[in-house]
Design a protein around this ligand. Structure first.
Ligand SMILES: *Cc1c(COP(=O)(O)O)cnc(C)c1O
Length: 366
């Protein structure tokens, strides 16, 4: 099955003898002994199984684990490491998982944050106890690009795990496992859900090995699992993922090019632009550049906030990946210690008509 076909047919587990075309939602928390492999819904349920089979197929992995949020999924990887392990992580990454590493695992794990687009810096950060390379590409919110193949080679030398947060690219455009990653992570809240109404996370593994067994224990025993209804909704949303991503990318490209030529814009970050420093690597590992564009408004925080306040179609809200366009000044959300520029706005480009979006941006920026 090709990607579009599998997203429609794989996540649809029909357990009902009446043979509905769409899978039923199984709300039961418990299952009769002896009837099948399901026993208790924290361990498994039909809707979660459908979702996990679908996630594994989309990312070309051997197995998948669904979580109740992207943060729970990422944190499960850190929880599965032996105490005292060292992580090499990007200096620009989703701040919630950065916080997980430094707050939740302070005194338990060691972390070094480096510019992962600079291979020499990554090499310098490696320690004898480095067990995990955490990659996020494109990164949040600066859209930095990391060469997954090159980091994979370093991880193999070190006998460490390479995990990749693939939330921005989605498997429509990038398969980290094909590029050498061992584990792929997603915030399903974003493009998988696609309508800003589901919280979820996912891990997909290249192979079932002792580390993955540990991750599955964190999922089952830790219990940060999604409810059947959320699993059902995710399977449903993913059926249109390929087409939504094509639309998001087309629209983001149009907006990025518009912003690039605007007098009141200082800088545009979009990996699809030839001027983006990671463009060539992005083009070598992605088949599309995604729907997130960041840009710096000329001036400071105040000027950026003014632009946001004038927009009609772009809701000033956090999160991304929905059909509706969102905009936010990331530094305001990330707090006082952030390195994100104060005048940077991150846009999650939605599926509205691009002429409406461009007119709206024009009146706000002019
Ligand atoms: C949102 C996000 C997360 C965290 O996911 P939640 O579902 O909000 O817990 C992790 N990584 C990236 C890149 C994200 O955008």
């Amino acid at each position: 099955m090709r990607f579009e076909t599998l997203t429609i047919h794989k996540g649809n587990l029909i357990t009902d003898s009446a043979k509905p075309v769409v899978q039923p939602i199984t709300l039961s928390t418990t299952f009769e002994h002896g009837a099948g492999e399901m026993m208790y819904t924290r361990a498994n349920n039909p809707n979660r199984k459908a979702l996990e089979d679908l996630l594994a197929a989309m990312e070309k992995g051997a197995d998948a684990a669904a979580f109740s949020s992207g943060n729970a999924a990422g944190t499960a990887v850190f929880q599965a490491l032996k105490p005292g392990s060292h992580i090499v992580a990007p200096d620009d990454m989703y701040h919630g998982l950065h916080n997980s590493m430094v707050q939740l695992f302070a005194g338990i794990l060691e972390v070094t944050f480096v510019d992962m687009s600079n291979l020499e810096e990554v090499k310098k950060a490696i320690r004898p106890n480095t067990r995990l390379f955490w990659v996020e590409t494109p990164s949040n919110p600066l859209l930095k690009i990391t060469d997954i193949r090159k980091i994979s080679a370093l991880a193999k030398e070190q006998k460490a795990i390479l995990a990749c947060d693939n939330t921005f690219a989605t498997p429509v455009f990038q398969n980290p496992i094909d590029l050498g990653a061992d584990i792929v992570m997603h915030s399903s809240t974003k493009y998988f859900g696609g309508h800003s109404d589901i919280l979820g996370g996912a891990l997909i593994t290249k192979e079932v090995n002792p580390f993955w067994e540990k991750v599955k224990i964190v999922q089952r025993v830790g219990g940060a699992v999604p409810a059947p209804m959320d699993c059902y909704l995710l399977c449903r949303s993913i059926r249109t993922l390929a087409y939504r991503m094509k639309g998001h990318t087309e629209h983001a490209t149009i907006l990025a090019e518009y912003l690039l030529n605007h007098l009141n814009v200082e800088k545009v970050f979009y990996p699809g632009l030839i001027s983006h420093p990671g463009h060539e690597i992005a083009a070598s590992q992605m088949s599309g550049f995604g729907g997130i564009v960041s840009f710096m408004v000329k001036g400071g925080a105040e000027e950026a906030d003014l632009v946001v306040s004038k927009l009609h179609y772009f809701a000033n809200a956090t999160s991304l990946g929905g059909v509706e366009s969102l905009i936010e000044r990331r530094a305001a959300v990330e707090g006082p210690n952030t390195k994100t520029p104060q005048n940077l706005l991150r846009v999650s480009v939605g599926l509205e008509h691009t002429d409406d979006l461009l007119e709206d941006l024009a009146q706000a920026l002019d």
